[in-house]
Design a binder for this molecule. Sequence first.
Ligand SMILES: Nc1ncnc2c1ncn2[C@@H]1O[C@H](COP(=O)(O)OP(=O)(O)OP(=O)(O)O)[C@@H](O)[C@H]1O
Ligand SMILES: [Mg+2]
Length: 354
Amino acid sequence: MIKKIELQNFRNFKKIIFEFSPKITVIVGPNASGKTNVLESLYLLSTGKSFKAKVEEEMIGYDEDICRVDGEASGAESEITNLGAVVTRGKIDIGAERPERVPRKKLLVNGVPRRMVDFAGNFRTVLFGPWDLDLVTESPSVRRRFLDTVLSQADREYRRSTLSYEKGLRQRNRVLWDMREGNIGPDRLLFWNQLIIKNGNYITEKREEFIDFVNSLEFEINGLKLNVSYDKSVISESRLEQYKEEEVSAATTLVGPHRDDFVFNKGERSLSSYGSRGEQRMGVLWLKIAELSFIEEKTSARPTLLLDDIFSELDEEHKKVVMDIAMKQQTIITSVDDEFAKELRKVERIELMG
Ligand SMILES: Nc1ncnc2c1ncn2[C@@H]1O[C@H](COP(=O)(O)OP(=O)(O)OP(=O)(O)O)[C@@H](O)[C@H]1O
Ligand SMILES: [Mg+2]
């Protein structure tokens, strides 16, 4: 749970403090007042990453060198953890002839610098916004990123495995490239094969576990029943052996979890091809509910739910489903108006000016 954050030179905020209810906090303000930016800063404290910046320095206020987000998170035993994230443009003007070179990002837990694997997981969140419809309609990479977001928060070993896998993959692809150019022989692959098989199998196993979990949740609205199927690309010695020649001529690794996907189905048919827009939204909502419950099961605490402006697109029934969920954990909601929050009790309100 997050109690309080302070932003400095973050996006459109110079310096500001926000405090959050342990229940529901609604952030209201006109377009471009910075509502999504607040959620971005919370997500940064949660994962060490932005959910929207292409390059992280986008988060730094215009004309500034450095931005900073600090927050007080509390765990199950209500002990406070201080989390901090500092982002720079890689150099800082110190008035000398040449600017000083500094790291582009620093993540801190109780003032001590931490690697991403050890930073993420101190404050867990589930983020839900209009763009999440992409999970049904867009390319597999969107769904893989989703799986990684869920599992990384639930499991430190998963975070470590994905980093290690990605590094191994890059190195292995370089070796494949050199092999194609005729510079080196196949024995140089062996080390990287072992590394990506080991980490790849762990990733596959955990992804499978999550997909099974999603299917085990009883979820039905308006008689709509959905299921998801895991379209996995297994990595093993025999599969790598089988694709060896193709891999060398493509200079890239053709099997493994970096090629995974999953599909939403209504009965036998895929929701992306046959589902209505409303059904596709339900599919995403179902997945988000699963994400909340899965993290709760793995960590014995419900993550904070961040809802960005999702009410404008939902009909009454779907809104009710979301509001029921919003009551079950700390929830932070952004919206241009707070009509929907009228009937709720224990709501804190933050108003941003345009
Ligand atoms: N690095 C930056 N420095 C200063 N201002 C920025 C920076 N990046 C974005 N902004 C400003 O932040 C504003 C957008 O903020 P944000 O997306 O949080 O608005 P919002 O309240 O969510 O709006 P909407 O209701 O339209 O979703 C824009 O006006 C943009 O100019
Ligand atoms: Mg917004």
